[in-house]
Design a protein around this ligand. Structure first.
Ligand SMILES: Nc1ncnc2c1ncn2[C@@H]1O[C@H](COP(=O)(O)OP(=O)(O)OP(=O)(O)O)[C@@H](O)[C@H]1O
Length: 639
């Protein structure tokens, strides 16, 4: 099974004491899955914006638990089914990689005192041991946990858990599998022992004070937790790798010297080779992937292209001075997003995740994932599924007939399968619920799969990611209505892109779906405007553009107020603002003076900055004509 590497970004807040300005005025804007970097504020020669899309972006306010829940918990759920998984942190020096992964000893101390700032590693260990202890009734039982800790320092691999630090040779077998022999795998029986061993290994790690970081990792670290899992007497293994890459360093710019400079050169060399491997894996025309170029890329071969489900967390800093390194790191990370690994469970017939009950271990108090009852783009048509309580049959909605098109969208997009689960928790057995989820997810996935090449990749991936997330969050979804929407005909790429962009803004909008729908209906009912109404003036087309079609009165989305009282005008302005905040690309284009480009710019701005507070904010939207605002007010009778 092909599995795309999931790429997430974490933005580290500027340290308060260093007085560096945070990103402001749109130097770096982020929403849940994209980042816009303005390069105009840097010394970079070109003056432009760059937009990157990721599977998730954590802003400066996110905490360690949130990162764990969104990046690692889904991996743990797969690990237990016999899949190898990797979580890897990449980014410039001092950007928070070790903090996020929690690989440092100071972080281990926090973990021991159950502190909220404990990083991923401690949370992973805690999850594994809670699961090991509580798993007597589970189908998959963890029977053994082993730990190993490797360090890649100056292009050599060291085993930090062997009695005396020893070098590990890396070889390749005949079919180019990487073999690292004699690694010390120590069995651990509880969380305390595991943390103790990591602390011990950390004391042997190469860490130094540099200009950018008081305790900078001078090496890459690979910590592996090897699990022995039993199911019905069958014993299999699966490995969780935690990879803490050393940060890329501006050796020349920082003016480092001596050993630190030397180490920096080796670090950059390994990361450069990693970049080349990712480029090669991305490119369809390259037959050779230069895994052998560095020890790092050899050691990470499985995580990048072999048998591993991989999440890459790119850490960047939130200060203006770091924009060049931030931009380079984001570029690297966005390339990694296109690569795929080939995963296989060590169990011959693993159950699907939703068939296995994943309990959050009782000892850990995870924050409940944010309640997002409506994460799929839209589902104007809902169907109830008939579920026989306690029985075994269930119905998955059939593809809707061509006639049942979504009313608000362009004709090319269909809703092919959607259901609403509003049955009470008690009336449906867990098993049936899980099976419904699987069946619908499979349908959705296969629909999306067919469109992958034709669509804006990032948005589509986004969409399927959201859907997958929802399936994994089955536990959480219990109390909510559960909706799945997929696309049944071959859509025009641009249309779908704009619909998805639009939907993301609706999701970000955070309003309850029911309210949104009611408002939408209200807006739609307003669309019926009497074409013969003499008060409704239609703007004359510009002479220069003969191709432009005039917006007919009957298609104008908002009725112009009949009276001229201040109250009427204020209401009209408010309606217009609401409309701008809600309209999809096609609805936006119904407004006079808004064409496809302007509509797209407004929606993009809205997605990144939130809703418009007033009509004057349109002046801030990049990409609009100079006199757009003035013209817009005029032709829409708002001046
Ligand atoms: N999200 C965060 N919130 C608060 N402090 C953070 C955050 N991320 C990192 N820090 C702090 O920033 C400093 C540098 O972080 P860290 O050592 O994790 O960086 P790094 O990317 O691993 O650097 P290097 O590559 O040099 O090892 C540490 O003091 C850490 O506690």
């Amino acid at each position: 099974m092909d599995a795309p590497v999931k790429v997430q970004v974490r933005i580290k807040p500027s340290a308060k004491w260093n007085n560096l300005p945070q990103y402001s005025n749109g130097d770096l804007l982020s929403d849940e899955d994209s980042i816009l970097v303005k390069l105009s504020t840097t010394k970079v020669e070109f003056n432009q914006e760059k937009e990157f899309h990721f599977d998730h972006v954590y802003d400066i306010n996110c905490n360690q638990k949130e990162v764990f829940e969104k990046s690692t918990l889904p991996l743990l759920n797969q690990l237990i089914l016999g899949y190898n998984v990797t979580v890897m942190a990449y980014g410039p020096t001092g950007s928070g990689k070790s903090y996020t992964l929690g690989t440092t000893n100071s972080n281990m101390e926090l973990a021991c005192s159950n502190h909220d700032d404990a990083g991923l590693l401690a949370q992973i260990i805690s999850w594994i041991f809670s699961r090991k202890t509580d798993s007597t009734e589970e189908q998959y039982q963890i029977s053994k946990v082993q730990i190993s800790f490797l360090e890649i320092y100056k292009e050599e691999i060291f085993d930090l858990l062997s009695p005396v630090v020893s070098k590990i040779e890396v070889k390749n077998d005949k079919v180019e599998n990487v073999i690292m022999e004699n690694i010390t795998d120590l069995e651990v029986h509880n969380q305390e022992k595991a943390l103790h061993l990591i602390r011990k290994a950390n004391l042997r790690r190469q860490v130094k004070k540099t200009k950018s970081n008081d305790s900078s990792s001078r090496s890459h670290a690979i910590i592996s937790l090897k699990l022995e899992i039993q199911r019905n007497g069958e014993i299999r293994h699966a490995v969780f790798k935690i990879v803490d890459l050393a940060g890329s360093e501006a050796v020349a710019r920082d003016g480092t010297t001596g050993e630190i400079k030397n180490e920096g050169i080796f670090i950059n060399k390994g990361l450069l080779a990693l970049g080349k491997v990712i480029n090669a894996l991305n490119s369809k025309n390259v037959s050779h992937v230069p895994h052998r170029e560095s020890v790092l890329t050899r050691a990470l071969k499985d995580s990048l292209s072999g048998n591993s489900l991989t999440v890459l967390i790119c850490c960047v800093k939130a200060d203006v001075q770091s924009i060049p390194t931030t931009s380079a790191a984001l570029q690297f990370a966005s390339k990694a997003r296109a690569i795929k690994t080939r995963v296989q469970s060590s169990f011959k017939t693993p159950l699907k995740p939703a068939q296995v009950q994943f309990k959050t271990p009782s000892k850990m108090h995870f924050k409940t994932p944010r309640s997002t009852p409506w994460r799929t783009p839209f589902a104007p048509i809902e169907r109830n599924i008939t579920v026989t309580p306690g029985g075994s049959s269930f119905a998955v909605p059939e593809q809707l007939p061509m006639s049942e098109k979504c009313p608000n969208l362009d004709e090319s997009i269909l809703v092919s399968g959607s259901f609403k689960r509003n049955l009470s928790k008690q009336s449906v057995s867990e098993d049936i619920e899980n099976r419904i989820q699987i069946a619908v997810m499979e349908r959705v996935d296969s629909f999306l799969e067919g469109f992958k090449d034709k669509l804006a990749h990032s948005l589509l991936a986004n969409c399927s990611q959201r859907l997958s997330c929802q399936s994994l969050l089955g536990e959480n979804a219990k109390s909510n209505s559960y909706h799945i929407t997929s696309y049944g005909s071959e859509p025009d790429a641009l249309n779908l892109t704009s619909v998805l962009t639009d939907s993301i803004s609706q999701i970000n909008d955070g309003r309850r779906r029911s309210t949104r729908l009611a408002e939408k209906r209200q807006t739609l009912s307003n669309v019926t405007v009497n074409a013969n109404d003499s008060k409704l003036m239609v703007p004359t087309p510009r002479r220069s553009s003969t191709r432009k079609t005039v917006k007919r009165a009957s298609t104008l989305p908002l009725p112009v107020p009949e009276g001229k009282s201040e109250q009427d005008i204020a209401k009209y302005k408010k309606d217009m603002l609401d409309y701008l905040n809600r309209a999809s690309q096609s609805q936006m284009q119904k407004l006079p003076s808004i064409g496809p480009k302007a509509g797209h710019s407004i929606i993009t701005y809205r997605n990144l900055n939130g809703l418009f507070n007033d009509l004057d904010t349109l002046k801030l939207v990049p990409g609009l004509r100079k006199n757009f605002h003035e013209n817009f007010l005029k032709v829409n009778f708002l001046d």
